[in-house]
Design a protein. Structure first.
Length: 301
């Protein structure tokens, strides 16, 4: 498995330039270029992987590549020395990989030993049955709860081309919700998860500049991403759902299976009591301004 070409392919699938991804990941354009050319370091790889939803499937479970390597070695009952010998690299190189350091060439050396069938996991833009995994329809019961509490939705700035939610105004992909102003009292957005960082920043900007009274976003839980810390934590009220919703398919009404990671509602603006009312109808953990509350409900997502 060659990491550089795989990263380049995954980055292009998001529609973002290399320099744009580098800036979002907090690495230099040169470091990003080196990575795509196969000469990068593991810290740079992890930073960029977090931005473009790059994951290695078949290696081992883990949120970080270093954790996957360590877990796979432990699973296979291999010592550091044995893995190093089989991969023909130094023992120090294995140890570095397992703490998130080292070179991607060392990673490429151990992957065939730990996971001969390893591959890059399909990104959020990959095919999801006959549709796109980025085109997930919000569960109707969740939308009903939101409108019951916050009232009618003024704007959906990321409206699906195949099924639109009930809102006074819709912005489709052709109109580009990332460029248009989000003028409205209550905005709801379920963005493409592969570009969540861009939509999070946009949501904060529209609320911060007073274009939107309240912005409610359904998002993947990625607390390791810089966008979460810059624009969500301390800026929005957060509702972390227990379990994962069953999103609707873009090409048919039936619900599809849940996703493999958590989701949350981020609410910029909005009255604390309204957010608490919404949270009380869910099984979730809610974080307001410095306060954490856990709710238990019979409703399962």
């Amino acid at each position: 498995m060659l990491i550089g070409p795989a990263i380049k392919q995954a980055r292009k699938a998001t529609g973002r330039s290399r320099d744009e991804v580098a800036a979002a990941a907090g690495v230099s354009p040169r470091a990003a270029a080196n990575l795509e050319n196969g000469t990068g370091s593991l810290p740079v790889l992890q930073a960029i992987a977090d931005q473009i939803d790059f994951r290695i499937a078949g290696l081992a479970r883990g949120h970080r590549i270093a954790q996957q390597v360590a877990s796979a070695r432990s699973r296979d009952k291999l010592s550091v020395a044995t893995l190093a010998r089989k991969a023909k690299i130094a023992e120090s190189a294995v140890r570095n990989l397992e703490v998130g350091l080292g070179h991607i060439r060392s990673l490429e050396a151990v992957i065939p030993i730990l996971a001969p069938k390893a591959r890059t996991r399909k990104s959020e833009r990959a095919n999801w049955n006959k549709g796109s995994r980025d085109d997930r329809h919000t569960p109707e019961w969740l939308l009903a709860l939101i409108t019951d509490v916050f009232g009618p939705i003024s704007l959906d700035p990321c409206a699906s081309m195949t099924k639109r939610i009930e809102a006074e105004r819709h912005i489709t992909e052709a109109e580009d919700g990332l460029a248009a102003a989000w003028n409205g009292k209550t905005v709801f957005v379920n963005p493409p998860f592969s570009q969540a960082a861009l939509w999070i920043r946009k949501a904060w900007q529209e609320w911060h500049h007073g274009h939107s009274g309240t912005v409610i976003a359904l998002l993947p839980v990625r607390t390791n991403a810089s966008g979460f810390h810059d624009y969500v934590a301390g800026q929005a009220k957060m509702i972390f759902l227990r379990g994962t919703p069953r999103f609707g398919a873009p090409d048919r009404g039936a619900a599809l299976g849940g996703i493999a990671y958590g989701v949350m509602l981020a609410v910029w603006g909005g009255d604390d009591q309204l957010v608490q009312q919404l949270a009380s109808e869910l099984s979730c953990t809610m974080i307001l301004t410095g306060a954490v509350q856990v709710f238990s409900s019979s409703r399962r997502v």
